[in-house]
Design a protein around this ligand. Structure first.
Ligand code: CA
Length: 245
């Protein structure tokens, strides 16, 4: 099993929005990383993403202390965050529900477990290859998968912003899909909100590790680039570099 030193860069920019509903977590002790993009407007979105950022690391840590199964720990943490956000939403006046996306990565022994709900994304950049590890849970992307829309049509569709899976869904919580991979020296893992991914191409990601040797420099560059290209959303990313000890 390869041993790694993790170097992490992170940044969240409010941009032109009146508040920042994105939250991120960098927990090097647990090797847990998270980006959450809250929905519901004003303080509701902030509250939802804040609950996810508080609850998920705590539950993952507690679960792993009792049972080393990373899949179970992640599912439990997402389920508890979902319940807490639904509960918090019930206190709001009708029609003011809250929710949040969550994309997380947990390194546990020789694997990294990636899970996403909503349209925040995880990308792996390895040897100049870029792989999106998560699926967007937008209605537009679901229509692309069943052939009703082309990817080009989906990009311009208002359904791109309508999510069918997220934390804070009141009816039932389906288990998240977890994508494990074996990290290699030199890997770069990016977690980001849609305020970033809507303005950054896979070509931008491919060239990043060469141009920006430190994860923090690259994170700063990507956030600035998304804002320069006109992102009117909150812009957040966490970059994890798997480096030689
Ligand atoms: Ca967003």
């Amino acid at each position: 099993m390869a041993d790694f030193v993790l170097h992490v860069g992170s940044r969240s920019a409010q941009g032109v929005r009146p508040n920042n509903e994105d939250r991120f977590v960098v927990d090097l002790a647990t090797r847990l990383f998270l980006v959450a993009d809250g929905m519901g407007g004003q303080e509701h979105g902030e509250r939802a993403s804040g609950l996810a950022a508080d609850i998920i690391p705590r539950v993952v840590q507690n679960e792993l202390a009792a049972d080393p199964n990373a899949n179970n720990a992640i599912q439990r943490a997402l389920s508890e965050a979902n319940s807490a956000i639904v509960e918090a939403g019930r206190e709001q006046p009708l029609g003011r529900r809250m929710g949040t996306t969550a994309v997380l990565a947990l390194q546990n022994n020789d694997r990294v477990y990636v899970a996403g709900l909503g349209d925040s994304r995880a990308y792996l950049v390895r040897n100049g290859q870029v792989t999106q590890l998560t699926v967007d849970h937008s209605v537009a992307q679901a229509l692309v998968l069943n052939g009703a829309l082309t990817p080009e049509e989906a990009r311009c569709s208002p359904l791109q912003h309508m999510l069918h899976r997220f934390l804070g869904a009141p009816d039932s919580f389906e288990h998240a899909d977890i994508h494990p991979f074996e990290p290699q020296i030199g890997d770069r893992l990016l977690l980001a909100s849609d305020g970033l991914t809507n303005h950054i191409t896979e070509d931008d990601l491919r060239e990043g590790p060469q141009r920006f040797p430190t994860a923090q420099d690259w994170a700063d560059h990507l956030v600035d680039l998304a804002l320069r290209r006109g992102s009117r959303d909150n812009v957040t990313c966490v970059i994890i570099a798997f480096d030689q000890p």
